[in-house]
Structure formats: C-alpha cells, structure tokens
Design a protein around this ligand. Structure first.
Ligand code: DAT
Length: 179
C-alpha cells in the first residue's frame, strides 16, 4: 500500500454492541482532539438505515453501506477520524491506520445489553457475536494483522489504560507523519 499523505490518522473502534465503543471514542476524542465519527448518528442524519423486517428483531437497523461510505468519504480522506461502529470491514484499508476491537467479559456484556433493553433473539445474537469473536475475525480478515488490536473493556480501569495506549499511538503516528 503506498504511504498515506494524511497527517492525522483514522482509527476504527469496533466491537459487539455494549462492549464500550462509544465510551472509548468519547474519551479518546477529548484527549486527542480527533473527531468522533459516530456512525449511528450519521445513519440517522442521512436517513440511510431501514428497520429490519424480521418480526423478532424490529429495532435493528440495516444500513446502506455504499451510501454510508459516500457520506463519510471526505472526512476519511482528510483523516483525524475515530470511527465508532459495530462493523469494520466496509471501510477501505487504504484509509484506516488502526483498528481497535473492544472486547468484554460475557457476564458484564449480558448485564449491559439487558440494561439497554435487549432481549430474546437480539440479546442472544449479540452475546453469540461476542462469544464467537465475530468482530475480531472480521477485523483480522479485512486489515493487516499489525494494525488490529484487541482491547479488554471489563472495568473502568480498562478504559483508562486502553485510552492511554491509543493516545500514545496517536502521538507517535502524528510525529511520524508530520501531523
Ligand atoms: P457500545 O458503544 O459498544 O455499544 P457503550 O460505550 O455505549 O458501548 O457502553 C455500554 C455501557 O457499558 C455504558 O453504560 C457504559 C458501560 N461501559 C462501557 N465500557 C465499560 C467498562 N470498561 N467498564 C464499565 N462499564 C463500561
């Protein structure tokens, strides 16, 4: 892949719903001044999601990924984005510098999803997604192994140490790329 001309990195924070993506992104954006690209908000803003037709799962939104990429293409090309989304393989590898897959212990995740109102099939499928390491595998299949990092998010101490680690990575990346 040719070296990037961006002076700010793009980072994906991905993982099963409830693992702590948004919590990490908010903290990271505050510490680095990179932009929190909240894909849920973009989907709503541009009306590019459709409610699932599955009667067991009507709250899930199916996103038009081509239109999503059109909406965020310019921001990704500029760099400096922290992408907050529960999928990752749609973002072009040439525009991605780091992929953090946030993971959570099953019991804690179950409690967080229940608190969010998940139940039945939706709760089960999301728990299976975490147990089967679906997002970790998706990240490893889509990006170079050396930019994919697995981060635990079981406790608030984990958030602090993960964010410290990513902040250091961003500082080094910026030094290396004239940012
Ligand atoms: P996501 O964006 O992955 O759906 P979130 O950041 O909204 O997850 O977090 C879901 C809930 O879990 C929220 O109430 C904050 C809490 N949480 C997230 N990470 C945590 C952690 N490492 N320790 C304790 N609570 C955490």
């Amino acid at each position: 892949m040719p070296p990037t001309t961006r002076t700010l990195p793009n980072i994906i924070i991905t993982g099963t719903p409830g693992v702590g993506k948004t919590t990490h992104c908010t903290e990271l954006a505050a510490r680095t001044h990179l932009h929190h690209l909240d894909i849920n908000a973009i989907v709503k803003q541009h009306n590019i999601g459709e409610a699932s037709t599955d009667p067991d799962d009507p709250t899930t939104v199916i996103v038009d990924e081509d239109r999503l990429l059109d909406c965020i293409e310019n921001e990704l090309e500029d760099g400096g984005q922290i992408i907050d989304w529960h999928a990752c393989d749609l973002f072009p590898p040439s525009l991605i510098d780091l992929v953090c897959v946030v993971r959570c212990e099953n019991g804690a995740l179950y409690d967080r999803l229940k608190e969010r109102g998940y139940k039945g099939k939706k709760l089960e499928e999301n728990m299976d997604c975490e147990i089967m390491e679906v997002l970790l595998q998706e990240a490893r299949d889509a990006y170079d192994a050396d930019i994919v990092v697995e981060l635990r998010s079981d406790s608030t101490a984990d958030i602090d140490s993960n964010v410290d680690r990513i902040v250091t990575w961003v500082e080094n990346w910026r030094k290396d790329h004239g940012g």
